[in-house]
Design a protein around this ligand. Structure first.
Ligand code: BTN
Length: 244
């Protein structure tokens, strides 16, 4: 029998067989006052959501979880949590597999996308964040291949329970680090796992495709890109990668 996941001290698990989207369920609980560290986990999602309005295939076998965070910070700082979450996912990949983070929040293992992260925030009066739902899907048993996926998939292996336990423990550690040392430490850790500086990349900004060389991450999580027209700072877009 597979052991039940052990969550970090003070965290609470809401385990469901099936739900539309764990992000929606976590947002509902957050609105009702649920504390930071409440984790909604479902065996399957019938309406899993990805970034940019995409569908996230969610059959039984992979991990679908949404964690309520209460960062108590202004809205721009909440975007830092996407990098915190990506590092937590990277932390649970077994040694020996090539693990890279890809801007803004993807984690690639042996060249394939292993996880997706969807952060959804509720902003209160004065621009302060009331809560953030950190939705994280990890391919555990298999890697769904969808026509709209730009990258091949990769899978973690092992059990969903082990993945959830590893993820929540890593997330708690990375969050504590972020609170104690700020984004600079997260940024440095993220850059150490990112593709090489200077690699040729393409970034899609709506209809526009911008080509350039990966020049790092600024202090607010924007992608820095050296283009023929000079350095660009990209706040929102999709990194497609050529060499990186
Ligand atoms: C992406 O487009 O890469 C983000 C995918 C995020 C998927 C996760 S699965 C758990 C949570 N619930 C959802 O509906 N989406 C996120």
């Amino acid at each position: 029998m597979i052991p039940a996941p052990v969550l970090p001290d003070g965290w609470t698990l809401v385990a469901l067989d099936s739900v539309g989207s764990t992000n929606d369920e976590a947002a509902r609980l957050a609105e009702a006052g649920a504390a930071e560290g409440t984790v909604v986990w479902a065996r399957e999602q019938t309406g899993g959501r990805g970034r940019r309005g995409r569908h996230w295939a969610s059959p039984v076998g992979n991990l679908y979880s949404s964690t309520i965070l209460r960062p108590d910070s202004p809205a721009p700082r909440a975007t830092e949590l996407g990098f915190v979450a990506a590092l937590a996912v990277a932390d649970i990949v077994p040694a020996g597999r090539e693990t890279r983070v890809k801007w803004p929040n993807d984690v690639m293992v042996d060249g394939g996308k292993i996880a997706g992260i969807l952060l959804e925030s509720s902003i209160g009066q004065g621009g302060l964040v009331e809560h953030v739902v950190a939705g994280i899907g990890i391919n555990v048993a298999f890697a769904p291949q969808l026509p709209e996926m730009r990258y091949p998939g990769a899978a973690l292996g092992g059990s969903v329970e082990a993945a959830l336990q590893g993820l929540t423990q890593a997330l708690a550690r990375r969050l504590a680090e972020w609170r104690r040392h700020g984004f600079e430490t997260v940024r440095a850790a993220w850059l150490a796992k990112a593709g090489p500086l200077g690699a040729d990349v393409d970034v899609r900004l709506g209809e526009e495709l911008v080509r350039g060389r990966f020049a790092g991450l600024d202090g607010e999580g924007a992608l820095l890109l050296d283009t023929t027209a000079g350095r660009r700072k990209i706040v929102s877009g999709e990194l497609l990668g050529r060499a990186a």
